[in-house]
Design a protein around this ligand. Structure first.
Ligand code: GDP
Length: 299
């Protein structure tokens, strides 16, 4: 929590502090409520969730007024409820019948997929789980090299094919190694060319099909760059139409004042944010904890 707070303090905390300052005004007049709405929209919370939150705050603060709960308490409760603490945020990394869990990692280039795969590898190693990484982002030679470097760094083997090889064949090979070598988890990095939806669908569909000849995919993580705002939301929509996304990783939250995207993207896809990226280093990935997140926002 301390680290989350430090990382967010430079960027996100503006949102929480701004809201708190507005709610602490002597008179909550229409101008103030408009400022509150603007603050939420600017932070990418999205239109519907913003209206919902403002409505709840208005009702509670009007009815309870200067009553028992302080504006800070009311805001904290409503923000936590907006982030939906009841969603199951555990990673699907357990396979059945002695097979490894298989995690497919998808998202557009530059979102932070490869980095996230490396960081998850690090977490698995720390938990004494045996993991293997599949470098199925074969369209960028640099991506394969980058994953190989991550593998060395965190002590996890990386399965790769010759340059330009078929992503599905690399994914197949990685899962085969996972099954044959009795690994606990296989993480598959994929290519994120958003050239067109049909192409993406073909490619990810094929990757998924060949994997599932050997073991079920237990988690599909969509990696989104928190700094991309509405553009990120459009990407999220496209990917969710192409694969059954089961969890979201929001990267670069350290460099964005737009923490509201957590709310917007969960609403849009109906799946939880499971992990957040807080920097470029191997330890800069944290499970998403709604309460800790809101506490970090409020400073
Ligand atoms: P990919 O193309 O989706 O595989 O993206 P990469 O993993 O290559 O990441 C793109 C860039 O974003 C790299 O420079 C990463 O170091 C950086 N990056 C990834 N995650 C984070 C994060 O959580 N915070 C910050 N600040 N940078 C990140």
């Amino acid at each position: 929590l301390v680290r989350l707070r430090q990382r967010l303090s430079r960027s996100q905390s503006g949102l929480g502090k701004g809201l708190l300052a507005l709610l602490s005004r002597d008179r909550l007049d229409e101008d103030t409520w408009e400022d509150i709405e603007d603050t939420l929209l600017t932070a990418d919370v999205g239109v519907a969730p913003t209206q919902e939150l403002v409505e709840k705050l208005r009702t509670r603060l009007r009815v309870e007024g200067g009553g028992s709960a302080s504006p800070r308490e009311v805001l904290r409760e409503e923000l936590v409820s907006l982030v939906d603490p009841a969603m199951d945020r555990r990673l699907g990394i357990s396979g059945d019948d002695g097979k490894p869990g298989v995690v497919l990692v998808v998202g557009v280039n530059g979102a932070g997929k490869t980095t996230t795969v490396g960081k998850i590898g690090r977490i698995l190693v720390a938990e004494d789980r045996r993991a293997v990484l599949g470098a199925a982002d074969t369209f960028r030679a640099a991506a394969v090299e980058q994953l190989a470097t991550w593998g060395e760094r965190v002590g996890v083997p990386v399965i790769r094919g010759p340059e330009g090889s078929d992503p599905a064949s690399v994914a197949f090979e990685a899962v085969k190694q996972g099954v044959d070598g009795s690994y606990d988890v296989v993480l598959v990095d994929t290519a994120g060319r958003l050239q067109n939806k049909a192409g993406l669908m073909d490619e990810l569909g094929k990757v998924k099909r060949v994997i599932e000849k050997q073991a079920p995919v237990t988690e599909v993580l969509l990696v989104l760059d928190a700094t991309t705002g509405q553009n990120g939301m459009i990407q999220a929509r496209v990917f969710s139409e192409v694969v059954d996304v089961t969890g979201i990783v929001l990267t670069k939250l350290d460099g964005s004042a737009k923490g509201g995207i957590v709310v917007a993207v969960q609403r849009e896809l109906g799946v939880p944010v499971k992990l957040v990226g807080l920097g470029e280093g191997p330890d800069d990935l944290a499970p998403f904890d709604p309460e800790a997140f809101v506490d970090a926002l409020l400073g």
